[in-house]
Design a binder for this molecule. Sequence first.
Ligand code: SF4
Length: 290
Amino acid sequence: MVPRINGVEAKSIFTKSGLPGSDWVINPYNGCLFGCMYCYAAQIARWKHPDEEWGSYLDVKTNAPELLKEELEKLEKKLKSKDFGSVFFSSVTDPYVGMEPKYRLTRKCLEVLADFGYEGSIAIQTKSPLVMEDIDVLKRLKKVSVGFTITSLDDKVSQFLEVKAPLISQRLGALKKLHDAGISTYAFVGPILPHFLTDKKILKTLLDTLQQAGVNEVWFEHINLSSKIKERLYNYLGKEAPELLPLFDSTNTQEYRDHLDHYINQEINSRGMKLGLGKVIHHRSLPKKK
Ligand code: SF4
């Protein structure tokens, strides 16, 4: 299927964040061509595209860099500061989605932040090694870190669930290169897929591999199985791998998640690594297992 690319004029670009750990969010695009089957943004971002399949469209906010410059200058006047808090790229897209080489909106927004002399922290989270093309701009930012989503070490798993995203092996390679280039990095293990407790070696090997790539900070997030996300994911699993459905179901209890949190904390602490936010991210409380 050929994706539908729409040029749009954004009304705002530097927006308040509802995500844990960030004050502001920048989305140079709306929609994401990577089309991950567990994506929470699929529900948030698609209000403008209610009938289009997630992964089949992308809104390109062509005025994003100019608008960002204006908004930063207004905030500076109001707050008398160049630090408005932590900024996150991005909440309803991947900032290095495949059209970035054509439009360079993420790069241009980073240049605006660098030219402005933004003093707050900036986190860029992606699944794409394209971010490495912007190392020169990243080096001009005062406090920046780049995170890669790593849900498994197995390329087959990433191909199955993160259908059109770059492979995990490419992401790990990029993490190492960014670290070697002196850029602060982190890994985001989210959603936590239901295999960490079935085979405890998986988490150990994952953390060992991340450490070898120079990562010291890891964020973990439990899978969000709210009704809309679950509907899309379970439809896909039902067609492609129905044997996995009971496994996903088994992770949807508070007991499972408490047990996993304890294990993750133990493994992180024993390695002297840092757990993002100091805890595993939960979305909502779950029923007790019967
Ligand atoms: S890369 Fe992120 S925003 Fe894009 S589909 Fe995957 S989870 Fe959603």
